[in-house]
Design a protein around this ligand. Structure first.
Ligand code: A3P
Length: 320
């Protein structure tokens, strides 16, 4: 039923269904009991919604614009990626465990308890799989992006990480995306669950499209939320550092250049991606779906979005 993932055994998990490898259950139980203390910061997103962009922003604001520090540590070293072992196909997990890729091993299997406090956590799990005390004790930044651009970005991502057939076409994938047959989906329950918490004082709900439209304003909102006042000069610096053109050149956030959550070494993956011209920092645009969807798929997606959002006050911007 799941052509892309047939080889990794993905199946809907539990009654509140998120698509994960079929052996993810025990991992999820462990993540659910992650302790949360005041000061801990969690970035919660669906894949491809601007997670890395937000990670860089949040880390720098919280660490008083320590650009040097941000360049000693890869982005994934600065954040604990909560569910990464659970996302792996079991055979990839085993290969990494056996030491095929020591960087991935360290990034994937180091326990969160070994990290310095306060914890910076990244997760793609929906809120109901996060620790129940999260919104009482920690702070959550949730980032959402319109599903049409997420779908295109995800399509590229899965090829880059060798998780889909190279000959699959975009329209075929879009159908699976809408049906929730892609890792960590379905899309709308994830977003709407967070949207309900948008007025919780410990939650900041951001849209990728707002960050595109007004990056400075988004930085200011994050700084206010974290209670870290910024000078105009610091705002200038962050705005320039976080611009897409700078992020694209920044090896510390560009995953394809630095490491992979795969059994391949960073060098092997970078070489393959360079050969196939795949990039993690791909386009960074809103509305790129226009270059990828057929009219039929675009219309079907619009109808799907309208259906899923009926009766809610959540709105997505698909073009700027
Ligand atoms: P595209 O594939 O559309 O280019 P995530 O980090 O959640 O996986 O999201 C990755 C997406 O965010 C990619 O989208 C990437 O290019 C985009 N992105 C990352 N940094 C960005 C920035 N500074 N400005 C705009 N988009 C950015």
């Amino acid at each position: 039923a799941f052509p892309v993932y047939a080889s990794v055994g993905l199946s809907p998990f539990g009654p509140s269904g998120v698509l994960l490898p079929s052996d993810a259950g025990p991992f999820l139980e462990r993540y659910y009991s992650t302790p949360v203390e005041p000061g801990d910061l969690w970035i919660v997103t669906l894949p491809k919604c601007g997670t890395t962009w937000t990670q860089e922003m949040v880390w720098l604001i919280q660490n008083d614009c320590d650009y040097e520090g941000a360049q000693c540590l890869l982005c994934p070293d600065r954040y604990h990626f909560l569910e990464i072992p659970a996302l792996m196909a079991p055979h990839v997990r085993d290969e990494i465990h056996q030491g095929k890729n020591p960087v991935s091993k360290r990034l994937m299997f180091s326990p969160i308890e070994e990290r310095p406090k306060p914890w910076f956590v990244k997760t793609h799990l929906p809120l109901h799989y996060c620790p129940p005390a999260l919104l009482e004790r920690g702070k959550v930044i949730y980032v959402a992006r319109n599903p049409k651009d997420v779908c295109v970005s995800y399509f590229n991502h899965l090829l880059m990480f060798k998780e889909r057939r190279p000959d699959m076409n975009m329209d075929e994938f879009a159908q699976m995306f809408m049906d929730g047959e892609v890792s960590l989906l379905p899309f709308f329950p994830h977003v709407l669950e967070a949207w309900k918490e948008r007025n919780n004082p410990n939650m900041l709900f951001l849209f990728f499209e707002d960050m595109k439209r007004d990056l400075r304003g988004a930085i200011q909102r994050v700084a206010d939320f974290l209670e870290k006042p910024l000078t105009e000069k610091q705002l200038d610096g962050l705005e320039s550092h976080l611009h897409f053109s700078s992020m694209k050149k920044n090896p510390w956030v560009n995953k394809n250049m630095t490491y992979a959550y795969s059994a391949l070494t960073a060098e092997e993956l970078a070489a393959e991606n360079a050969a196939s011209k795949l990039e993690f920092m791909r386009k960074g645009e809103t509305g790129d779906w226009r270059n990828h969807f057929s009219q039929k798929t675009s219309d079907e997606m619009d109808a799907w979005i309208e259906r899923e959002l009926a009766g809610t006050d959540l709105k997505f911007v698909t073009e700027l």
